[in-house]
Design a protein around this ligand. Sequence first.
Ligand code: KG4
Ligand code: ZN
Length: 298
Amino acid sequence: MPELASRDHVRRLLPLVRQVMAQASVAPRAVDAVAYTAGPGLAGALLVGASFAEALAYAWGVPALPVHHLEGHLLSPLLSADAPQFPFVALLVSGGHTQLMRVTGVGRYELLGETVDDAAGEAFDKTAKLLGLGYPGGPALARLALQGQRGRFRLPRPMAASGDLNFSFSGLKTAVMTHARGGLDEQERADLAAGFEEAAVDVLVGKGMAALRQTGLQRLVVAGGVGANRRLREALDAAAARAGARVFYPEPELCTDNGAMIALAGALRLRHGAPQRPAGHAFGVRPRWDLAELPPAG
Ligand code: KG4
Ligand code: ZN
């Protein structure tokens, strides 16, 4: 319900910003710039954040920095104590996107492959719904899968052997639907959850490793909500160890959507001399926005 979501944003934003500033003991005059998500996403929700951030920047006399949501995810592992160096391959797995990118610097993103239908997170959410779990389905499905037997239901690995770095997840969801059609008992539900998780993880690991081979890089950064999945992390770490590569993850609380990653992307662009558009001027949002279109920083 996009309209309800944006109205809720209007109600919550000011008290939330007050609370965050108080908790962090940050005074407005200590703020160098206001970074905000300018896209991609739902236009109404984006506009609430953009107008608020632009107004705040204008009032505080600092630059406003529009940030690409996925750039925030992609750079979030740089907030860890053990941060990856450029260049690296990024596996972006969120509710709306599944992409592999070659990242050579801030704003230097080359798309290597992406999903041709559902995003990985979307597949977790839809499958969770089929199994009678609530939203967001990813964490609930992962919990249920812990009780399940992985080999019981053998599900397809869509596009695993496609020879490129693209993904497809809608067939996997359909396979779950077919198995669930006749009704499932408790154990079968858990087994099906485990089978789905294993198939999704297999595909993500296979393509992530193929991207490292193709680019000749040794560092893989995983970002976005699905990156919180424990099974995915175990399988990626094992495959990377075999290949002499390393996988970097954001801190768990920075895997799903958060403001810190947007602040970081804004700060890095500011440090690299992002074009300074004085606050108080026209601004817009980009509901559809290609990450590879971003200008390089520095
Ligand atoms: O990056 P994110 O917080 O929001 C978007 O930008 O989409 O990702 C949310 C997605 C949801 O689809 C959610 O089900 C999934 O991430 N997710 C997980 C787990 N935690 C969150 N999927 C699988 N396993 C998890 N542990
Ligand atoms: Zn996100």
